[in-house]
Design a protein around this ligand. Structure first.
Ligand SMILES: *[C@@H]1O[C@H](CO)[C@@H](O)[C@H](O)[C@H]1NC(C)=O
Ligand SMILES: *[C@@H]1O[C@H](CO)[C@@H](O)[C@H](O)[C@H]1NC(C)=O
Length: 340
């Protein structure tokens, strides 16, 4: 005869049927002393998850139920949808071993418990599982079914809400967040610096004098004075990572003028400005952008003297820009953007 059958012999079938009905009607009777529900959540430091513990127990000395037949834990499914309130586990005197409801069988829930017919046996049903910090409040319920002193079916229950501290969770997320941000900023700076170094290394210092850095740019003045060929000069600038100088504003022009003045070695310094394509409309050779209006033009320049002056030079003895015959001898100036 099986253990269960043996137990059943001690219980008239009628009572078992009534007990099942009581089980379905759980929660109708108000909370009674003697049933305990312990719910706790210990989140591990620096982890986004913690151990949730639910322990349902009965002290028969303190309750009307003298014989506990089953203990049931209800709550939101540990791995199910939030907000569901369902039977999670049960232990009864027939099987004696606690059981998870079928859809939780494969979950990583630790479960143990004790059920016995004996008096003062302190039955309990314990569950624990690791869970990510939930965002909300969870409610758990413990239900004990059994017989009272008059050997009548009885049910008691206890419910408990657990508040998960979002503060703990989000402080950690925030700190990880800010660490990541800091790291990516450092990486960005590192990449910029690396790019900067690579660009500086790519400059052919045997061919060019190099200015100081201004607004992440350096300017190069060719060392050799020669007949200007705008296309070839732009190519020479390119092979050092730049292009024929293009002034966006007066400030940039002032910086370059100052550099050329110090570097010296020539009177004519060719720029990217020219009106080869359309007389009177100065554009930059590399970008094809219009030359903005600049105060650097020397007195009465550009004048297109002899109808033959299409290239824009910086002429030191004019202290400014001048248009001049494109193939005249001079040095040329490149611009290199360092952080691109
Ligand atoms: C659950 O609670 C009961 C009653 O307090 C206790 O005897 C039992 O040891 C607890 N189980 C665990 C695993 O903490
Ligand atoms: C670069 O800057 C330093 C310090 O401001 C200055 O002494 C030096 O003349 C500058 N060099 C050029 C080429 O402008």
């Amino acid at each position: 005869m099986s253990e269960r059958a043996a137990c059943l012999q001690n219980f008239p079938m009628v009572i078992v049927v009534v007990l099942l009905i009581v089980t379905f009607a759980t929660g109708l009777k108000s909370t009674t002393p003697g049933i305990f529900l312990h719910v706790s959540y210990n989140d591990e430091p620096k982890m986004q998850s913690g151990l949730l513990v639910v322990n349902c127990s009965v002290d028969t000395k303190l309750t009307d139920i003298v014989t506990v037949i089953s203990l049931t834990v209800l709550g939101p499914k540990p791995y199910g949808n939030q907000g569901e309130f369902d039977e999670l586990a049960v232990i009864d005197i027939w099987s004696k071993t606690p059981k998870l409801t079928s859809d939780l069988e494969d979950s990583k829930v630790t479960i143990h418990g004790k059920a016995s017919m004996e008096k003062d046996s302190h039955p309990y049903l314990f569950m624990s599982w690791n869970t990510p910090t939930p965002g909300s409040r969870h409610e758990y319920k413990c239900v004990a079914n059994g017989l009272d002193r008059q050997r009548q079916p009885a049910s008691i229950n206890k419910a408990k809400k657990v508040e998960f501290s979002r503060a703990g969770c989000c402080e950690k997320i925030d700190s990880i967040d800010s660490q990541l941000r800091e790291m990516s900023e450092k990486l960005e700076t590192f990449k910029k610096n690396l790019n900067f170094q690579i660009k500086m290394m790519a400059i052919d210092k045997s061919r060019f004098d190099v200015s100081n850095v201004s607004k992440n740019r350096v300017y190069l003045a060719s060392k050799v004075q020669a007949a200007f060929k705008i296309q070839a000069a732009n190519e020479a600038c390119k092979s050092s990572g730049g292009y024929l100088v293009e002034f966006d504003d007066d400030e940039e022009y002032r910086f370059v003028y100052d550099f050329l003045h110090r570097t010296g070695g020539a009177n004519t310094f060719w720029t990217g400005g020219n009106d080869i394509e359309k007389e009177g409309q100065f554009v930059y050779f590399n970008s094809k952008k219009l030359v903005p209006s600049l105060t650097g033009w020397s007195h009465e320049q550009p004048d297109n003297a002899n109808d033959n002056e299409d290239c824009m030079e910086i002429r030191l003895n004019y202290e400014g820009f001048n248009d001049w015959t494109c193939d005249e001898s001079g040095k040329f100036v490149c611009e290199v953007e360092l952080s691109r």
